[in-house]
Design a protein around this ligand. Sequence first.
Ligand SMILES: C[S@@+](CC[C@H](N)C(=O)[O-])C[C@H]1O[C@@H](n2cnc3c(N)ncnc32)[C@H](O)[C@@H]1O
Length: 268
Amino acid sequence: MSSNPKIWLTREKEEYSELSTPIYDSVNAPTWSKEYDKLSVIYNDYYAPTWPEGPNLEGLISFLTKFSGGTNICEVGVGTGNVIGLLYNLGYKNFTGVDISPKMMKIAKQKIPGLITIEQDLREANYSEFDWVIAVGSLYNRISLKDKKELFLKMYNEMAEGALFFVSLRIYKYNYDFENDKIISGEEIQHNRFVLNYTHEWISYDSYYGVGHYLDLKTNQSFEYAYKTHVISGQNLINLVCDAGFKHIATGAPEDTGYYANTWVFQK
Ligand SMILES: C[S@@+](CC[C@H](N)C(=O)[O-])C[C@H]1O[C@@H](n2cnc3c(N)ncnc32)[C@H](O)[C@@H]1O
């Protein structure tokens, strides 16, 4: 299998079935949750909605709230509750968070009284009760193409008629520089508080392994966070979700939502 990321850059029009890469399995799930537990230490500050240089979650929320429903909301990969915390502040009720990291969800529970938390892999969760299912930044991490296909079919089979599925993912090609077979290392300094050094290496042409080295300048604490990511283009994601049976009803581009990522809306 080729591992040249430049090939991926031209893959927008290709069939996603060609992009399969069997590199993940659920055997490694306990290790992944430990990685997110480590990240939770700074995640809430690093990506907090009030953060001037962070993603503009208010823009994302104003996009989401244009849609009807939201009477029973599930966020998969809920993390520290930054997204549904804002919906809660607007008066939305009945929230369930699914996440593999108990430490992330512990912070989410402090923001959203009554939040039901389910410590589970999102591939195994049950989606039958919700009229909104939201996935922000949680569907690429470690979820292979094969698992994505199975997940979307499972969600479609379980979700109620008319229920909405919101997916927000980065558009990777705008976020990284490419150099031969590797994504070159980068350094980001955020709000004079965190220094993030990251290195990424492609392990197949649509998946990479990355390590983020975080330094908190305020506490002088540092740690590393490792992850694998299956990269999927926006069009291929739409095809995949629609092949499972959903209708694609809207797209919120970053310029519409003010958020750093595209948000696609699907309906059963
Ligand atoms: C980048 S964070 C996003 C958190 C939150 N959605 C937000 O936007 O602030 C990704 C979250 O997804 C969770 N996650 C990753 N893979 C998962 C999986 N397979 N099942 C459940 N949760 C997962 C991680 O533990 C982490 O909390």
